[in-house]
Design a binder for this molecule. Structure first.
Ligand code: SF4
Length: 417
C-alpha cells in the first residue's frame, strides 16, 4: 500500500464514504509525516463534528471479588490457584466495606470483574450485584466480562439469554467489552490459547445487546498483531454495532477503547520477545483511525490513561479522542499489582488535563449521559480527594512499577473498562 492510496482513503472519507477494511489497514500502516498530520487533523475534525468539544470521564471505582482462576492466560499477572497463599474470594463483609468506600467517594459506576473461580455460582454473581446496589442506590454496575459470562453460562448450562437476563434483573447495567484481545482467531489462539474464541466473544456480546445490556468494546494491541488484524477487529465491531443499532434499544457498544499490551511481568512478553509497549505514534494512530472508522457507529473513543499516563492521554485529545475513562478509585489489593502510572486519578486531575488541552471537561454516566457542572449529579473536586484515592494515586504520572495483564485485555481487573 502506498501513501497515495492512504490519501485516497481520506479523500473518500471526506466525501462521505465509509472507510473499508483495507482502507483502515492503509491508514494504520502509512507513516509518512505529512500524511500523519492530515490523518490526525481529519480525526480531530470528525471528533468535533460527532461529539463536540467536551471531554468526558466517569467517577467510578474498581472492585473485584476473587483472584482465583484456572485459565492461566499468558498475559495475566493477576490470577492465583485456589490454594495460593494470596488467593482470595471476598465475602459480603469485605465487599460491603469496598462498596461503602466507593459510595463515600461519590461514584456513579462500579467496574467489577474477577478471576474465573469454579466455586462461584450464578447466585453469588447476582448477590454481589444486589449488595452493591443496596449500598450505593442507583449505581451503575459495569461488570462481568465476556470471559466471566462464558464461565457462568457453562457452569449453569442455562441459555445465554437467560443468564444475561438474570444478571440484568439483579442489577447488571453493562458488560465490559474486554476479553476480546484481538478478534482474529489465528492471533488469539497464539497469544491466549484456551480463551474464549472470537465467535464465542461475539455471541456473548450480541446476546447482551439483544437483551438490552450495553457493552464497551476494546482491543489489545502492540503484541504480534498486524495492521490488517487491527482493521479486521474493528470491522467485526462495526458490523456488530450496525446490527445492534438497528434495534434502537439500549444494547450497543457505548465506546471503543484501544488497550496497548503491557509486556512486563507476564509470560507472553517473554514468549514473543516483546520488551516494550507500543510506541506513542502507534498508539495515537490507532485512536485516530478508530475515530474515522467508527463514524456513525461508535461515537466515543476513549484513551486508556493508566497505560500511557495522563500527559500522553492529553495529547490524544487532539486526534480524535473524546473520553478519558474513569477515576478508578482503588481498593487495597491493587497495591500488589503495581502500575506504571498509578491506578487512580482525581476529578481535579481530569479537569486540569482536559482544560490544559483547551477542551471542556464534563462528567458522564457509563452510558454517556453527560453531567455538566450545573447538574446535581456532578461530583465536584474535593480537597481530600487525593488522600481518599489511596496508594494507587499518582496523578497519572509514572511510578516505575509494572501493570500485569488479565483477561480484561488490559491490566488488573480492578481498574479497567
Ligand atoms: S486473564 Fe482473566 S481468565 Fe485469564 S488467568 Fe487472568 S484472571 Fe484468569
Amino acid at each position: 500500500m502506498s501513501v497515495l492510496f492512504a490519501h485516497e482513503v481520506l479523500d473518500a472519507f471526506e466525501a462521505g464514504e465509509e472507510i473499508p477494511r483495507d482502507g483502515a489497514t492503509a491508514l494504520l500502516t502509512e507513516g509518512d509525516a505529512e500524511f500523519t498530520e492530515r490523518l490526525y487533523a481529519t480525526a480531530d475534525a470528525e471528533r468535533k463534528e460527532a461529539v463536540g468539544d467536551e471531554v468526558s470521564y466517569v467517577i467510578n471505582a474498581n472492585v473485584n471479588f476473587t483472584n482465583v482462576c484456572y485459565t492461566d492466560c499468558k498475559y495475566c499477572g493477576f490470577w492465583r490457584r485456589p490454594n495460593a497463599p494470596d488467593a482470595y474470594t471476598h465475602d459480603d463483609d469485605v465487599l460491603r466495606e469496598k462498596f461503602e468506600r466507593a459510595r463515600d467517594f461519590g461514584v456513579r459506576e462500579i467496574c467489577m470483574q474477577g478471576g474465573l473461580n469454579p466455586q462461584i455460582s450464578i447466585d453469588r454473581y447476582e448477590e454481589v450485584l444486589r449488595l452493591a446496589r443496596e449500598i450505593i442506590p442507583g449505581v451503575h454496575m459495569h461488570a462481568y466480562s465476556p470471559a466471566e459470562v462464558d464461565h457462568i453460562q457453562r457452569k449453569t448450562r442455562l441459555p445465554l439469554e437467560v443468564v444475561l437476563t438474570r444478571l440484568k434483573e439483579a442489577g447488571l447495567g453493562s458488560v465490559p467489552g474486554t476479553a476480546a484481545e484481538i478478534l482474529v482467531e489465528r492471533v488469539k489462539k497464539l497469544i491466549s490459547p484456551g480463551r474464549i474464541p472470537v465467535e464465542r466473544w461475539c455471541e456473548i456480546i450480541r446476546t447482551a445487546h439483544a437483551v438490552g445490556i450495553p457493552t464497551t468494546s476494546t482491543v489489545m494491541y502492540g503484541h504480534i498483531e498486524s495492521s490488517a488484524d487491527l482493521a479486521e477487529h474493528m470491522d467485526i465491531l462495526r458490523k456488530m454495532q450496525k446490527d445492534s443499532l438497528k434495534t434502537n434499544g439500549e444494547g450497543r457498544f457505548t465506546e471503543f477503547v484501544p488497550l496497548p499490551f503491557i509486556p512486563y511481568d507476564n509470560k507472553m512478553g517473554e514468549e514473543f520477545g516483546i520488551e516494550e509497549m507500543a510506541d506513542l505514534e502507534t498508539i495515537y494512530r490507532l485512536h485516530a483511525v478508530a475515530r474515522l472508522f467508527f463514524r456513525g457507529t461508535i461515537a466515543n473513543i476513549q484513551v486508556a490513561w493508566p497505560k500511557i499516563g495522563i500527559d500522553a492521554a492529553q495529547k490524544a485529545l487532539s486526534l480524535g479522542v473524546n473520553d478519558l475513562g474513569g477515576t478508578l478509585i482503588e481498593e487495597n489489593i491493587s497495591r500488589e499489582s503495581g502500575s506504571e502510572y498509578g491506578q487512580s486519578l482525581s476529578p481535579r486531575q481530569f479537569n486540569d488535563a482536559i482544560l490544559g488541552a483547551g477542551r471542556t471537561p464534563v462528567q458522564r454516566t457509563t452510558t454517556y449521559d453527560i453531567i455538566r457542572e450545573d447538574d446535581p449529579r456532578y461530583r465536584h473536586p474535593r480537597a481530600d480527594d487525593e488522600a481518599l484515592l489511596g496508594a494507587g494515586f499518582s496523578g497519572g504520572k509514572k511510578t516505575g512499577d509494572f501493570i500485569p495483564e488479565t483477561h480484561l485485555g488490559v491490566s488488573n481487573p480492578e481498574r479497567t473498562r
